[in-house]
Design a protein around this ligand. Structure first.
Ligand SMILES: NC(=O)c1ccc[n+]([C@@H]2O[C@H](COP(=O)([O-])OP(=O)(O)OC[C@H]3O[C@@H](n4cnc5c(N)ncnc54)[C@H](O)[C@@H]3O)[C@@H](O)[C@H]2O)c1
Length: 260
């Protein structure tokens, strides 16, 4: 087993479920101690990590809450003598399902607040610690829709395009501090969340769930959705020294339906 993260402290947001949960456990399998910031209970993730003999602390926190984010990041860092070696910005919300002409402002604002502003707030709180340590790696979970449009999902789409702008800007601002900042762009990921997303699309588009799934699978040359572990592979690579010459990049993990 590779131990790319031995003696590292990794902070993962949105690790109660889904991709973040799988990634947090994978970091622990490779030697990391993990802090989790999530607004849901992440006790299942914590138990899995502790079974591996690694430290794990769960902080119940909403990424939209500026003060709570600052306090949580300070507490998490203090438990490791001020260090956060890796930040995985993964907490995310699917958004709402409206055409722009019908979009209520509060729905738009909610999605941007979680996916974009929340990512900025957590990153802003972590950065001074990485700058002091003169090293760090940040990986944010964007999406295939950070590179294309998708009807009924403007709030989500725009939040994820903006994450790539934030990623490139952070990469430029922090390269001199030896901090690398990258993103992953997953295609549809097998799991509960995508079933819910497809059900919403089927409803607003007047299609069957089976037709939505078939169309989305066929959009990828590999003709399938991706697995959470396949997204975690890209996250761990971008967080590790194996990607030491990469910053400001966004890796597609889509079964091939995005090639730029
Ligand atoms: N599932 C997919 O098909 C897919 C595709 C592309 C990108 N993504 C992105 O991957 C990331 C993980 O998604 P997932 O599929 O594992 O979803 P998920 O819903 O299973 O997990 C999201 C996690 O984020 C947490 N979270 C949500 N809002 C939060 C908030 N305000 N504060 C703190 N925590 C919050 C949730 O509690 C949960 O643990 C998201 O950023 C999502 O946009 C998912």
């Amino acid at each position: 087993m590779l131990e790319r993260f031995a003696n590292k402290h990794v902070l993962v947001t949105g690790a109660a479920a889904g991709v973040g949960q799988v990634a947090a456990i994978r970091f622990a399998k490779e030697g990391a101690d993990v802090s989790i910031l999530d607004f849901q209970s992440a006790e299942t993730t914590r138990a899995e990590i502790e079974k591996l003999g690694r430290r794990c602390t769960v902080y119940r926190c909403d990424v939209r809450d500026e003060q709570a984010v600052n306090e949580t990041v300070a507490q998490a860092a203090d438990a490791f003598a001020g260090r956060i070696d890796v930040l995985i910005n993964n907490a995310g919300f699917n958004g709402h399902y409206n055409l722009v002409k019908d979009m209520p402002l509060n729905e738009w604002s909610e999605t941007l607040a979680i996916n974009l502003t929340g990512t900025m707030l957590v990153t802003r709180a972590v950065l001074p610690r990485m700058i002091a340590a003169k090293r760090g790696a940040i990986v944010s979970t964007a999406s295939n829709v950070a590179r294309r449009g998708l009807p009924y999902r403007a709030d989500y789409v725009c939040s994820k395009w903006a994450l790539l702008g934030l990623t490139q800007t952070l990469a430029l601002e922090n390269a001199s501090h030896n901090i690398r900042v990258n993103a992953v762009c997953p295609g549809p990921v097998e799991g509960d969340r995508i079933e819910d997303v497809m059900a919403h699309h089927a409803k607003v588009e007047g299609k069957s769930l089976a037709d939505v799934r078939k169309a989305w699978e066929e959009a990828a040359p590999m003709n399938r959705f991706v697995k959470p572990d396949e997204v975690a592979n890209a996250m761990l690579f971008l967080a590790s020294d194996e990607s030491s010459a990469m910053t400001g990049q966004a890796l597609n993990v889509t079964g091939g339906f995005l090639m730029t």
